[in-house]
Design a protein around this ligand. Structure first.
Ligand SMILES: *[C@@H]1O[C@H](CO)[C@@H](O)[C@H](O)[C@H]1NC(C)=O
Ligand SMILES: *[C@@H]1O[C@H](CO)[C@@H](O)[C@H](O)[C@H]1NC(C)=O
Ligand SMILES: *[C@@H]1O[C@H](CO)[C@@H](O)[C@H](O)[C@H]1NC(C)=O
Length: 507
């Protein structure tokens, strides 16, 4: 064996051993630094900027609270996206508390520290993931992360309160971003701690929340919203089984959420002991809040009892063209539907759902008008369980055939015959973007007294539709059927063979 060859092998090994990849080297250095927290903290003063992220990741993973607290104070970027490091279903109270204590120390200092860059502590999960991946790899995108824009996830609303003299420069205050989910019972430990800090540092520390979920919360707990910068809320879900009188107390908060993009409101009941006059007042107060929602794109109203007779009022207060409108499981009158068809600004409407709105006894004309107006943009149409029968579906077919952007159409749970299904297939065959049609179990296949469909008949219908799609040159369009089991309410799908619910199997 050649001696020089051996030497070469040895050298290349040696080099590999001595210089592992730089990322790993940094990781090892951080871990060794953290074995002595006092040393780690002392080193921060002279630590190069690019070593902060890997050291923070190591300190976070090892839950070195003391180091984290000091690192927050010395953080050399405008934003610290700590939430991106958190995994689902794991407690992070100690680390969150350490970070908040770090902010507290910063805000308590009389003299502004030389290296104070931090403006935002972001505790939202699943945002800014790229911050950490960029810093753990190459530094190619470093510049973009040093831009202050990263720390400005939303437009700041100008405060006009006349107290100009006391207003501190904007960099003196800091923001904490968190996804809030308000539920029944005492709030989560970290949220309570955060609220306590916000109270103590009033005005200096601001609680921002882009995604807010409120479910089964008493009016007592709703007052926590006073602590939140409501103009930071972009996505709101309210599902509380409230009576109208409870909604009235929530109403003023809604009007302050001027940057709301998506609102989902479900389960609002009528109050039994209020007069008609009070009811009108509550509804008109609620609907008038929409005048301030100048960025609303998605609106979902599910089981909202007061809508009947008031839809016009709501539509008049909508200031933006919606992309998504879902009015589901609500009672609507013919007049409501007429207003909807005429008043709704459909210029951006992509998704429309009227699932669970009984259209049996109303004229199909408003629906035709609405679809006609939205035909240039509509992508997703949902008319499940609307009590639509053959003649209504037939009436909207010519309009559906002009909805050139339509990708999915669902109309399960409506009593439709096989002949009309086939007719619909012919009418929609020219829609080049249509890829999914979810159709109801046709009338002919209902056999047994429990209202469960006959599987054999359904399979025949399905085969026939598939054959038609093949013949008409659109074999890739998926038509599948779904029906609700009369016993358990679960949906049974036929695609192409039935996927049955357990109670059907046991028959
Ligand atoms: C609202 O809450 C009820 C029960 O509290 C739940 O069944 C339902 O799925 C929720 N709806 C939404 C839209 O989250
Ligand atoms: C619908 O909204 C768009 C965009 O805001 C606006 O330009 C248009 O005038 C509105 N249409 C109607 C009928 O109000
Ligand atoms: C829909 O309304 C009609 C009459 O208005 C009624 O007969 C029917 O039972 C209703 N359907 C549902 C599912 O509630």
């Amino acid at each position: 064996v050649d001696r020089r060859h051996l030497q070469g092998v040895f050298q290349s090994r040696f080099i590999r051993m001595t210089f592992p990849d730089p990322g790993r080297l940094v990781e090892l250095a951080c871990q060794s630094l953290l074995t002595d927290e006092a040393m780690a903290i002392a080193a921060l003063e002279s630590l190069p900027v690019e070593l902060f992220p890997p050291l923070f990741v190591a300190a976070f993973a090892g839950r070195h609270s003391k180091t984290l607290k000091v690192m927050v104070q010395a953080w050399p970027f405008p934003c610290l996206p700590m939430g991106a490091l958190m995994k689902e279903q794991q407690p992070y109270h100690d680390t969150i508390q350490a970070a908040l204590d770090g902010l507290d120390v910063l805000l308590s200092q009389a003299v502004r520290p030389r290296r104070w860059k931090l403006q935002v502590l972001d505790l939202q999960k699943n945002v800014h993931q790229d911050f950490w991946t960029v810093w753990s790899g190459t530094k190619s995108s470093m510049c973009s992360l040093l831009e202050p824009e990263l720390a400005q996830p939303r437009k700041k609303r100008q405060r006009v309160d006349g107290s100009g003299a006391r207003v501190k420069p904007p960099s003196a205050s800091m923001e904490v971003f968190i996804d809030l989910s308000l539920k029944e019972g005492t709030p989560d430990k970290s949220v309570s701690y955060l609220i306590k800090k916000i109270r103590q540092k009033r005005g200096l520390l601001r609680l921002c929340c882009q995604k807010l979920k409120i479910s089964s919360v008493s009016m007592q707990n709703i007052r926590i919203l006073k602590m939140v910068q409501l103009d930071s809320v972009q996505d709101l879900e309210v599902n509380c089984t409230w009576k109208l009188s409870a909604l009235e107390k929530f109403t003023p908060y809604l009007g302050q959420m001027g940057n709301l993009h998506r609102l989902l409101l479900s389960h609002i009941h009528m109050s039994s002991h209020i007069t008609l006059e009070q009811e009108e007042q509550c509804v008109s107060q609620f609907t008038s809040q929409f005048l301030s929602l100048l960025h609303l794109q998605e609106l979902g109203l599910d089981s909202v009892a007061f809508l009947q007779g008031h839809l016009d009022q709501l539509l008049r207060c909508l200031k933006t063209p919606l992309e998504t409108l879902a009015i589901t499981n609500c009672l609507l009158s013919g007049v409501d539907l007429m207003h909807l068809s005429q008043r709704l600004n459909v210029s951006q409407l992509k998704d429309l759902s009227l699932t669970g709105v009984n259209l049996t006894s109303v004229s199909s004309e408003p629906l035709q008008v609405l679809l006609e107006r939205a035909s240039a943009t509509l992508q997703d149409l949902d008319l499940d369980e609307c009590g639509i029968m053959d003649h209504e579906l037939t009436a909207i077919m010519p309009i559906l055939s002009r909805c050139s952007q339509l990708t999915t159409f669902s109309f399960c749970g409506n009593p439709i015959s096989v002949a009309v299904l086939e007719d619909l297939l012919r009418h929609t065959i020219g829609l080049s973007k249509l890829s999914h049609v979810l159709y109801p179990t046709p009338l002919e296949s209902y056999q047994d007294v429990h209202g469960n469909p006959h599987v054999g008949v359904l399979a025949q219908v399905h085969a026939r539709l598939r054959q038609m799609l093949q013949e008409l040159g659109r074999p890739n369009v998926i038509w599948f059927s779904a029906s609700r089991c009369a016993d358990c309410g679960d949906r049974t799908f036929y695609d192409p063979d039935p996927i049955l619910c357990p109670c059907y199997m046991s028959v």
